[in-house]
Design a protein around this ligand. Structure first.
Ligand code: FE2
Ligand code: FE2
Length: 241
């Protein structure tokens, strides 16, 4: 059931969800069709994943102002970023084949961690007619999958930040991320993108290692390069944990 464009059961935990969109310039433009997207997502996502997607969209709207992103693109990437995550195995395989999605490192075959990015990107291209390259590549790469010209675009990084910072996320059971999130939020909202990126990747690497989850080598490379550029080492990460 939609309430002013939002499914009522998905609104819990969101900060004043409607006020933002009623007063900003983002509403009513062609790329971002909030009600259409919600109607589509209600059919393909679990209620909690839809709530998460709305939370990511909301944070993307906030970060669009801070990082001077195209608002429509930021909101669209936010709400649709996990469109492929709850698909059946059969549908996943159909889309991987139809979209000719190539795995460049064995860890990318892990659907929950990596592969739902490009599958979701192809899915929204096919089902919703989204053709904006930045939006499609940001969705594909929000899981650190692939190697696109937009991989390091500010919108792509904001989508990865929003995925962790959105208000319905409860990281209490995941102590590493839980203890990083407050400092990450401060850096992200202070406009310190590179520092925030270093912190986010560093925390994710620790978390993946602790959980024995497959780590994409690109994540280590980004952390190493940023550490060198910022003259940061792991001591910077310890402050947040
Ligand atoms: Fe995701
Ligand atoms: Fe997500």
């Amino acid at each position: 059931m939609l309430r002013d464009g939002y499914p009522a059961e998905s609104m819990r935990g969101l900060r004043k969800p409607l006020a933002y969109f009623q007063k900003t310039e983002f509403r009513g433009k062609s790329l971002f069709n909030q009600s259409d997207y919600i109607r589509f997502l209600e059919k393909v996502l679990t209620p909690s994943r839809l709530a998460h997607s709305l939370g990511v969209m909301q944070v993307m709207g906030e970060l669009a102002e801070i990082y001077h992103l195209d608002g429509d693109k930021a909101l669209t990437a936010g709400i649709l970023h996990d469109a492929g995550k709850d698909l059946s195995l059969e549908k996943q395989n159909e889309l991987i084949k139809a979209g000719n999605i190539q795995i460049s490192h064995e860890c990318e075959s892990n659907y929950v961690l990596y592969l739902h990015g490009p599958v979701g990107s192809f899915f929204v291209q096919k089902e919703l007619g989204i053709h904006d390259e930045l939006v499609l590549y940001a969705i594909a790469g929000h899981t650190y999958f692939g190697d696109s010209p937009y991989f390091e675009h500010p919108l792509s990084w904001c989508l990865r930040f929003s995925d962790i910072l959105e208000p319905t996320r409860n990281w209490e059971q995941e102590k590493i991320i839980w203890s990083c999130a407050k400092r990450l939020r401060e850096l992200v909202y202070a406009g310190q993108m590179k520092e925030a990126t270093f912190l986010q990747i560093g925390c994710l690497l620790k978390w993946y290692e602790e959980k024995d989850m497959p780590i994409h080598p690109r994540m280590r490379r980004i952390k190493q390069a940023l550490g060198k550029e910022l003259d940061f080492d792991d001591a910077f990460l310890e402050l947040g944990i």
